[in-house]
Design a protein around this ligand. Structure first.
Ligand code: BES
Ligand code: MN
Ligand code: ZN
Length: 498
């Protein structure tokens, strides 16, 4: 899809549909582009407002015909919600909902009125939110369908405003963010027989090549050389060779920089502690953390964020098999810690133990890991918010703030010392499960031992990696969370250290 800036007045744009935004206010027809549209229609929108058909509610998408009064024959009016709550995220959602509506009506070319007279954002910020919302909202995963279930193609978009250069820079930023999130969605949506650790590695390699990111793919022998017994323990049950991905963006001073670690379980059967059959197919997405850290590097590089970032992704299947690890087995991680495996389904923390150990070995700081780690995080926060747990409350606050900028909700859970007791082992330094209570926290407590003293935050996205309905920027299926938060975090760190 092309998205280009134009200085032509939106009402004069030749397109299949014109997209205009509306806020949910009593004076809904008084604002900018909607007022111009209503004037062009000789006040024709007033009856729609009076009847309640046009309210400006968030994600509302009302279609009107303009009968020659605008160059585009039809107009989609996308609701932003109340003006006092208007921000970038509302614009993203409205752009997504409006564009999806236009596409569903067969629109191939869409003209968008970029108009933010009242909301205190710059033209570039508004255009960025619109472009980001368009790319996120029009996403679909249909590469394996023929014919496509939703065949309509919307491939030409123009964003109209007086400040064309502001719009242009906004488009670049918004598309870099959404493009990375969509790449993570593509990886997470892909079935596990097609996206093996080897295939994940080769797609990461292609992505790195396109975005000028360095990449190194460690095989099992190299991981063994480093002593990654915990990661390799999980890999033992699988016939697919495990891969440990290392991506580097060199944007900053000569220091190690940030470390992002992502859980890359391309399929989680539970291993010998096998999962029930119901919904097990969802476990093809258990590499969403790896997808997120890999994808974020593309946007970080595209935007030229002036800081060094390294992404680490331990990738393997978690399978039962004759060679698989068993409950009661003992593993030794790269940092020398011994782990008693109580449940082979608590495999995410095992692969991350070595990723965090290796991140420390590289001197990366601060560390952020992202993982579909525990059902308990989903029970606690549902599909609304990602859980964050940290050994540093200021870092957690920074991660939450980056999430706010991105429009990805993140909420902190506590890390009181009392929880450590639950993962004490009789035979090893630590055990890999802590019982039914506080399951998200005891998983984080396990990881904390491998982060050591390095400032570290852990994002448990087991509830937020998948959307069960399409709404706003969210499309049913993999969400691409928390790619955009990771990009904004790097940007805010770079700005802070400059
Ligand atoms: N990948 C799962 C967590 C998960 C569950 C992600 C549902 C997304 C949706 C993880 O590896 C797992 O199996 N966790 C166990 C841990 C338990 C054995 C301590 C869980 O949460 O039940
Ligand atoms: Mn598991
Ligand atoms: Zn898992």
């Amino acid at each position: 899809m092309d998205i280009i800036a134009s200085g032509q007045p939106a009402l004069e744009a030749a397109a299949d549909h014109l997209l205009v935004f509306a806020t949910k206010d009593d004076d809904i027809l008084e604002g900018g582009a909607l007022r111009r549209l209503n004037d062009a229609l000789d006040g024709g929108l007033a009856p729609l407002v009076a009847s309640g058909e046009l309210s400006g509610a968030l994600n509302e998408a009302v279609v009107v015909h303009s009968f020659g009064r605008t160059a585009a024959p039809r107009v989609v009016i996308a609701g932003l919600g109340p003006a006092e709550r208007l921000g970038a995220d509302e614009i993203r959602h409205a752009a997504a909902s409006g564009a999806r509506k236009a596409r569903s009506l067969g629109s191939g070319a869409l003209a968008v009125a970029v108009d933010g007279e009242s909301c205190g954002m710059t033209t570039a910020e508004i255009a960025s939110a619109i472009a980001e919302g368009l790319d996120l909202g029009l996403y679909r995963f249909d590469r394996h369908q023929s014919p496509k279930k939703t065949p309509n193609v919307l491939d030409r978009v123009t964003l109209h405003a007086d400040n064309v250069s502001g719009v242009e820079s906004g488009i670049v930023e918004g598309r870099a963010l959404a493009g990375a999130a969509n790449f993570a969605r593509d990886l997470a949506n892909e079935p596990s027989n097609l996206l093996t650790p080897t295939e994940l590695a080769s797609r990461a390699e292609a992505w790195a090549g396109q975005h000028d990111v360095e990449i190194e793919i460690m095989d099992e022998a190299a991981a063994a050389e480093l002593g990654m017994g915990s990661f390799l323990g999980v890999a033992k049950g699988s016939h697919q060779p495990a891969k440990f991905l290392i991506l580097r963006h060199r944007g900053g001073a000569d220091e190690p920089g940030l470390g992002y670690c992502g859980k890359g379980i391309t399929f989680d059967t539970g291993g010998i502690s096998i999962k029930p059959a119901a919904n097990m197919e969802a476990m093809k997405q258990d590499m969403s953390g790896a997808a997120a850290v890999v994808a974020s590097m593309g946007a970080i590089a595209d935007l030229g964020i002036p800081i060094n970032v390294t992404a680490l992704a331990p990738c393997t299947e978690n399978m039962p098999g004759g060679n698989a690890i068993k409950p009661g087995d003992l593993l030794t991680a790269m940092n020398g810690a011994t782990i008693e495996v109580i449940n082979t389904d608590a495999e995410g923390r095992l692969v991350l133990a070595d990723a965090l150990s290796y991140a420390n070995h590289l001197g990366l700081s601060p560390l952020i890991d992202v993982a579909t780690l525990t059902g308990a995080a989903a029970v606690a926060l549902g599909d609304v918010a990602t859980a964050v747990m940290a050994n540093d409350d200021e870092l957690a606050a920074e991660v939450i703030a980056a999430g706010k900028v991105a429009g990805e909700k993140i909420w902190q859970l506590p890390m009181f010392a009392e929880y450590d007791e639950q993962i004490r082992s009789q035979v090893a330094d630590v055990k890999n499960t802590g019982g039914r209570l506080a399951g998200a926290i005891t998983a984080a407590k396990f990881l904390q031992r491998f982060a050591g003293e390095t400032p570290w935050a852990h994002l448990d996205m087991a509830g937020t990696d998948d959307a069960n309905k399409t709404r706003g920027t969210q499309v049913k299926g993999a969400t691409g969370v928390p790619v955009r938060s990771l990009v904004h975090f790097a940007a805010s760190r770079a700005a802070g250290s400059a």
